[in-house]
Design a protein around this ligand. Structure first.
Ligand code: NAI
Length: 306
């Protein structure tokens, strides 16, 4: 299988065959880091084009990693990239891919219905012992698992990675009221085995990071609207005064203003206790930027121009 018997990370983790569904930004990153740590990975997407795009993301990112790892050795760099990619199988058949998986991580579109349907079909195919996980940022984990049997719900968990996956060390491990302790333990072991740091938390809106970050971002925008300071000065203040690596507006532009709006609008409407909370009421500035297609770094303009 190509597993190294001396790998300490694998010894800690019983999950070796990983199926990642959704080969976009997040899914290809998750596939890449798992394969880098010697897991056998199958990456699933809806079309060959999306798979090709996912593979291109991974190659590019792996080449960067290889350059750092093997500075002056072009042969070693190529071998590293080829070896990691060789552990990743690409397919458009999700149920077949789930058929012998120890862990399935879903990273498809952020749509509750589409995710529920996907898991309903994965549950028919995956081994009973498999752990099913979602990488959702904003949807309740228990709701994604709603159509599944009681046994499947016990083995269902959130594995919330951060963008860009190869660089970001954190994974939030999100347990529902149904998730079994042994499943939490396996998920934590998997996260450590792929070189990340787990933070375990309950299934509540925004988990830990986004629950604290979104109010901060929204209040930053309101500070700007009230004319307290410019975006540049607010960013400078938070970087130098609070020690944050990015200011709130740089971060908003990086995350994507459409994503921020999607999350706060969702919570404001039906946020499991957050609905109607003024902190999450979207405002004129954010709405107009999104309406005009200024979504941040990815469109070349948001609060700043790129
Ligand atoms: P993306 O749009 O880059 O990728 C989604 C991929 O899923 C696309 O390639 C699409 O073709 C594929 N897909 C859609 N429906 C599918 C289906 N039924 N079966 C198989 N593949 C399907 O999106 P991104 O940014 O990678 O996000 C994916 C998930 O990760 C979302 O749930 C999002 O909330 C979550 N997430 C996103 C973060 C981000 O910063 N972009 C951070 C953390 C989580």
């Amino acid at each position: 299988r190509g597993f190294s018997s001396t790998s300490a990370s694998l010894a800690q983790s019983a999950t070796r065959r990983i199926t990642v569904v959704g080969g976009g930004q997040m899914g290809s990153g998750i596939a890449q880091v798992a394969a880098t740590k010697n897991h056998n990975v199958t990456l699933v997407d809806v079309s060959q084009e999306s798979l090709d795009r996912g593979k291109a993301y991974m190659s590019k990112s792996l080449k960067r990693v290889a350059k750092k790892k093997f500075a002056d050795d072009a042969t070693a760099q190529t071998k590293f990239v080829d070896d990691v990619l060789a552990r990743i199988t690409l397919t458009t058949n999700a149920t077949e891919a789930a058929g012998n998986a120890d862990l399935v991580v879903e990273a498809i579109v952020e749509n509750i219905k589409v995710k529920q349907d996907l898991f309903a079909s994965l549950a028919k195919a995956a081994p009973e012992s498999a752990i099913l996980a979602s990488n959702t940022s904003s949807l309740p984990i228990a709701k994604i698992a709603e159509l599944l049997s009681a046994e499947r719900k016990e083995r269902f968990i959130g594995l919330h990675f951060f963008n860009p996956v190869p660089q970001m060390k954190l994974v939030e491990v999100v347990r529902t009221n149904e998730t079994k302790q042994e499943v939490v333990d396996s998920a934590v072991a998997f996260v450590k085995a792929i070189g990340k740091e787990p933070a375990v938390c309950k299934d509540t809106p925004g988990f830990i990071v986004n629950r604290l970050l979104l109010p901060y971002m929204m209040e930053s925008i309101r500070l700007l609207e009230r004319g307290v300071a410019s975006a540049r000065d607010i960013d400078t203040a938070m970087k130098l005064g609070a020690g944050y690596p990015m200011g709130p507006f740089e971060l908003c532009d990086y995350v994507g203003l459409d994503t921020i709006k999607f999350i706060v609008d969702g919570w404001y409407k039906e946020g499991q206790g957050l609905q109607g909370n003024k902190i999450f009421e979207s405002n004129k500035t954010l709405n107009e930027l999104v309406k005009n297609g200024h979504l941040g770094v990815k469109t070349g303009k948001g609060f700043y121009e790129y």
